[in-house]
Design a protein around this ligand. Structure first.
Ligand code: IMP
Length: 178
């Protein structure tokens, strides 16, 4: 738990993340080339660094909105029951939407969020996650774009926290208890 001492071992460098985002942005620009104004929805709070870097690589007209869904709290395990804590400010009916997430783990969060947003009849509804832990999946969900597949490790940095700490690391690191 958070008050157990731990160290962080670098897993994905800031440079590798930047290079991967450049590549992802090219694919996303192709997908939404004909979109009038793309709504990019960041899931709070873990995606805030990723969405900031991603939208700056997308030279497309974009609107940025945020949604907060309940997740781990201070624990290392998903609660599995997903609730919407903060909804979008804008309308998405008929609009193309890209949902930006930090990690797909069990899959409950993104599958719930896409189902929820789908009821508002958007145009295209696509998802991107910086990290994917496929071995942890409990529901059948695949994001449209993934930055990196990682093994079943608890990671922090680049916006991702452990009990609200370590979000400001510029790289992704894995937590190792000492
Ligand atoms: P899922 O609903 O199990 O797919 O969980 C997704 C959410 O769990 C992510 O948005 C993260 O907030 C959190 N999460 C999953 N794995 C990790 C991790 O390794 N470190 C920190 N948060 C994680």
């Amino acid at each position: 738990m958070p008050n157990r001492p731990y160290v962080i071992d670098e897993m994905i460098s800031a440079k590798s993340i930047a290079a991967r985002i450049e590549g992802l942005a090219k694919e996303i620009k192709r997908e939404f080339a004909k979109t009038d104004k793309l709504v990019v929805v960041g899931l709070l709070r873990g995606s805030f660094v990723f969405i900031a870097d991603l939208v700056r690589e997308l030279d497309l007209p974009v609107e940025v909105d945020f949604l907060e869904a309940s997740s781990y709290g201070d624990a290392m395990e998903s609660s599995r029951e997903v609730r919407i804590l903060k909804d979008l400010r804008g309308q998405i009916e008929g609009r193309d939407v890209l949902v930006v997430e930090d990690i797909v783990d069990t899959g409950h969060t993104l599958s719930h969020v896409t189902e929820y947003l789908g009821t508002r009849h958007p145009g295209k509804l696509k998802t991107i996650a910086l990290l994917d832990k496929p071995s942890r999946r409990e529901v059948d969900f695949r994001a449209d774009w993934i930055g990196f597949e990682i093994p079943d490790e608890f990671v922090v940095g680049y916006g991702i926290d452990f009990a609200q700490r370590n979000r400001n690391l510029p790289y992704i690191g894995k937590v190792r208890f000492t």
